[in-house]
Design a protein around this ligand. Structure first.
Ligand SMILES: [Zn+2]
Length: 241
């Protein structure tokens, strides 16, 4: 799972923990960021396996506060409603330009799996380029300051795989961490042949936005192995040079 130079210790400090779980029929990387003291949590890309994600939330006893999505392909997002039905404080965050893809989730599921799915409930909040998403901690826990988790995730709009695709940069650990969804993979990029996709745009998003991040930034993609910005600049055949 780990590329050279990536250490699991980089994903935790005394205040927050990041854990990555492979979930669902397309092996999505589902990310939880939570306070080990209060168990308040943000989930990025909760995936499409309802039972697995509910088991995971229960196992860690997480209080789900935000459900943040890089984009609205069914393998990333279909479990949003089952989580929101159990954790009614949890809010769904998505880029506004992703709405055509979001509305199309039942058709995506029907076409790929043959299953019938109801329309997902409305998005709670749209996220813009440059917006920061925080984690507020529950009150009453000693030595925990909610304020410092403001701006935990910085949204970067990276159209190309889908029109409203977002990556999220986290500067709260010992090295920068980028959640790249289906924009940037280890030595690959997201497919651009689906509705709203554009190869020119994904190249531009990666070169002009992601490749300006520090080389040691760890990249946790929506699927597959972790990598770093430095390694991708050197070896990714789709966006090199
Ligand atoms: Zn996708």
């Amino acid at each position: 799972m780990f590329s050279s130079g990536i250490n699991i210790k980089d994903f935790q400090n005394d205040k927050l923990t990041i854990s990555v779980h492979v979930i669902g029929s397309l092996s999505n990387n589902c990310i939880t960021i939570y306070s080990p003291k209060t168990l308040d949590a943000i989930i990025i890309d909760s995936g499409n396996d309802n039972d697995a994600i509910l088991r995971l939330i229960k196992k860690f006893n997480l209080k789900v506060q935000k459900l943040v999505y890089t984009h609205a392909h069914y393998d990333h997002i279909t479990s949003a409603d089952v989580i929101r039905s159990r954790f009614t404080n949890a809010k769904l965050y998505l880029h506004e330009q992703e709405m055509p893809v979001y509305r199309f989730v039942p058709q995506q599921v029907l076409m790929t799996t043959g299953e019938n799915l109801n329309k997902l409930n409305p998005v709670d909040q749209f996220v813009k380029e440059g917006e920061k998403l925080g984690l507020e901690l529950s009150d009453g826990v000693d030595g925990v300051e909610g304020e410092e988790f403001k701006g935990l995730l910085n949204a970067i709009h990276t159209p190309g795989h889908t029109p409203g695709h977002l990556c999220f940069l986290c500067n709260f650990f010992s090295i920068p961490i980028l959640f790249s969804g289906d924009t940037l993979f280890q030595q690959s990029v997201g497919r651009t042949d689906l509705p709203g996709g554009s190869f020119g745009q994904i190249q531009k998003s990666i070169k002009e936005k992601l490749f300006t991040l520090p080389e040691n930034t760890v990249v946790i993609p929506g699927h597959g192995d972790f990598t770093t910005i430095g390694e991708e600049k050197k070896y990714n055949p789709f966006v090199r040079g």
